[in-house]
Design a protein around this ligand. Structure first.
Ligand code: ARG
Length: 435
């Protein structure tokens, strides 16, 4: 029997019922839904909107339902319209008429908004904790490879020498900003919409501060229409998660390149690699590729949310039921990616000799050579030109700046002396930059 059976003369068509139902998605919010209902019922009791006896029955009934769902004694009905309807109906089945008083002064529109916020606030914390764990792993790795010289790149061309530790530290910065964004998203999410009713509040003397506090919100939303129609918090979280995926995906792209025979800068642990069904020699960085691929999925969730919301008149529209599939998918995907990514990084080993070999080619100390001439008094533009000539000579002779004899240097510019070899040694180049 539907909630609105009084107004309707027919039961909903079965397929339409399935189409309309969101239970498959929102049943994961059963605990938040029950917590929201308990806070609401206690407030109704405290304000004498319902009797103390009914309040008690409702609260104990809801607590029992929560325990039964958790233990598996109560199965969530897959045919129910949504989790809110299911819990309210089950409550009335369990405790009788008192259950029918629970929905006094609220609507599913404020109820669902509260549930999503409660659910996502916890997820923000879980995501931040995973990112913290990743940062710890990265900092340890960066310490291990603090002196491992590798080429730094621009345009994927060898540019200047850096260390592998320093390269990894760049990602520490990115993921730290992601945690910052998550904290910020959670802060803006921290206002309770409970008591906003369907769209225009309620005529009952409810206490919104009381329910907000009971549910751990900082305060409550101001405008009733905005309170139920706002899904900024979903879009903001999805965009924050999209940026996390950009960072993970760029990192994965580098790992995939570094695993190739062309680079061979790192070796992934066998437990985090896969083989080929036909080529016996293959060891593929599938985990990194999958994480890179899943970035597209999270961006899709963000696009979906933005598109669902962009044309909706105030206040609630059923289109908004689509919000949960999108934001839950984004959250689940990022958590899943981090679960695989963190141990993959933790067990990843660098191949320092290969990195150094790559750093020794490609004239990545050319800037340092020019800087050396500047230290001798030459203008940088002239020093740059002289070094360019030296690089051309090296390429022609098939040698490196380190191996080029001093007379060749002097032919190009007589300010050079043997100190240049110290200046262009890769380790010194890195050290002088303070990396
Ligand atoms: N299942 C609905 C959703 O997720 C709950 C709100 C229903 N409200 C309504 N007016 N039909 O959006």
């Amino acid at each position: 029997m539907k909630l609105w059976a009084g107004r309707f003369s027919k039961e909903a068509d079965k397929k339409t019922n399935d189409f309309n139902s969101s239970i498959a998605t929102d049943s994961r919010m059963f605990a938040e839904d029950i917590d929201g209902s308990i806070a609401h019922a206690e407030m109704l009791g405290a304000k004498n909107i319902i009797s103390a006896a009914d309040c008690k029955k409702i609260v104990t009934g809801l607590q029992a339902i929560k325990a039964e769902i958790i233990s598996g004694a109560l199965a969530i009905d897959a045919d129910a319209e949504d989790i809110h309807t299911f819990i309210e109906a089950t409550l009335t089945e369990h405790i009788g008429d008192a259950g029918k008083r629970l929905h006094t002064g609220r609507s599913r529109n404020d109820q669902v908004a509260v549930d999503i916020k409660l659910y996502l606030k916890k997820e923000c914390d879980a995501l931040s904790a995973q990112l913290e764990e990743l940062i710890t792993v990265l900092k340890n790795k960066a310490r291990t490879y603090a002196d491992t010289v590798m080429p730094g790149y621009t345009h994927l061309q060898r540019a200047q020498p850096i260390t592998f530790g320093y390269h990894l530290s760049a990602y520490v910065e990115m993921f730290s900003r992601d945690i910052d964004r998550l904290t910020d998203a959670k802060r803006r999410m921290n206002l309770s919409p409970l008591g906003r009713g369907a769209l225009a509040g309620t005529t009952y003397p409810i206490d919104r501060q009381m329910t907000a506090e009971a549910l751990g919100f900082e305060s409550f939303t101001k405008n009733t229409l905005d309170g139920v129609a706002d899904r900024d918090f979903c879009m903001e979280l999805a965009s924050t998660l999209s940026i996390v995926m950009v960072h993970l995906s760029r990192f994965c792209e580098e790992i995939i390149l570094w695993c190739s025979w062309e680079f061979k800068f790192v070796e992934l642990d066998d437990a985090f690699s896969t083989g080929s069904s036909i080529m016996p020699q293959k060891k593929n960085p599938d985990i990194a590729e999958l994480v890179r691929g899943k970035a597209g999925r999270v961006f899709g969730d963000l696009m979906g949310l933005l598109t669902v919301m962009k044309g909706l008149p105030l206040a609630y529209n059923k289109d908004m039921q689509e919000d949960k599939d999108a934001i839950f998918d984004a959250v689940d995907t990022v958590k899943l990616c981090l679960t695989a990514f963190i141990p993959m990084i933790d067990t990843m080993k660098a191949l320092p000799e290969n990195m150094r070999k790559a750093a020794a080619g490609g004239f990545i100390n050319a800037t340092d050579c020019a800087d050396y001439l500047v230290s001798k008094g030459l203008a940088f533009r002239d020093a740059y030109k002289a070094t360019g000539e030296l690089v051309a000579i090296c390429i022609e002779k098939g040698t490196t700046l380190e191996a080029l004899p001093l007379e060749e240097y002097k032919k190009v510019c007589d300010l050079f002396d043997k100190g240049v070899y110290d200046a262009i040694s890769l380790d010194n180049c890195v050290k002088r930059r303070g990396l």
